[in-house]
Design a protein. Structure first.
Length: 247
């Protein structure tokens, strides 16, 4: 069977400079490089860069997929919008880890399992990257999915404390559904945890709150919201946790 490795990096907060693009070009003559992305497929040979260094220096999201079953997804977030102490209880072993840099928190999701059939890497990151804005707004369901994968993989001791179960686990949006699929988290495990997940409700944001939230979004994320407006999404409405369990 031939080899297939897919690498994709995306810049959200700021575009790459011409100098940075030229520097990345030295790592691959075949890669597709734009001011916001680096994409390459390897059927022989290996990636010459370091994804951990690249996401710290240049990019805000990274996805890797290999035909033997390795899957890797990373996000870089402003450290003022996700504190390490909040993320830490969900970060167990290799399945979900987090590290802090001077300006950012970097989340790393990894899944290792044999692939029953060939899976292409193209198209995954376009949806998964939307979880970044959700996490920055305080939605920790993506973190909990990473913790569930560690539980599924047997990396969590029986007497280990469970992190907070986030609201809305029983009603995953499309990016979170896609993340669960990418990480291969068992749907029955999600459903079991969802039974203990608080519900969510929405409330109108004040203009000040809306302005503050919009300043955390990139142009791409704002464009995605405008697209959703055409489908009935109401700007100024985002989910907030409620304190009581669903009946």
């Amino acid at each position: 069977m031939s080899e297939y490795q897919y690498y994709e990096f995306q810049a959200v907060e700021r575009p790459l400079s011409q100098e940075q693009m030229s520097r990345l070009r030295t790592y691959s003559s075949r890669a597709q490089i734009t001011p916001s992305s680096f994409v390459n497929v390897y059927n022989y040979g290996n990636f010459k860069g370091d994804p951990n260094q690249w996401i710290e220096k240049y990019f805000d999201a990274f996805l890797y997929l290999a035909n033997w079953g390795s899957r890797w997804f990373m996000l870089r977030l402003p450290k003022n919008l996700l504190e390490q102490r909040v993320a830490a209880p969900y970060c167990i072993g290799e399945n979900l880890s987090c590290r802090k840099t001077d300006e950012s928190i970097i989340l790393s999701f990894r899944s290792e399992d044999e692939e029953p059939e060939w899976v292409e890497g193209e198209g995954w990151l376009a949806t998964l990257i939307q979880t970044r804005a959700d996490i920055m707004r305080g939605d920790h369901r993506a973190l909990y999915l990473g913790w569930l994968l560690a539980l599924q993989s047997g990396e969590i001791d029986d007497d280990a404390l469970e992190p907070p179960v986030p609201p809305g686990l029983g009603d995953l949006n499309a990016p979170l559904d896609r993340l669960a699929d990418f990480l291969r988290v068992d749907s029955d495990l999600i459903a079991t945890s969802a039974a203990r997940s608080p519900g969510v409700h929405t409330r109108d944001l004040t203009k000040k709150e809306t302005d503050a939230w919009l300043r955390t979004l990139s142009s791409k994320e704002k464009d995605a919201i405008l697209y959703r407006v055409g489908g009935g999404f109401r700007i100024g409405k985002i989910p907030y946790p409620i304190t009581t369990q669903n009946a």
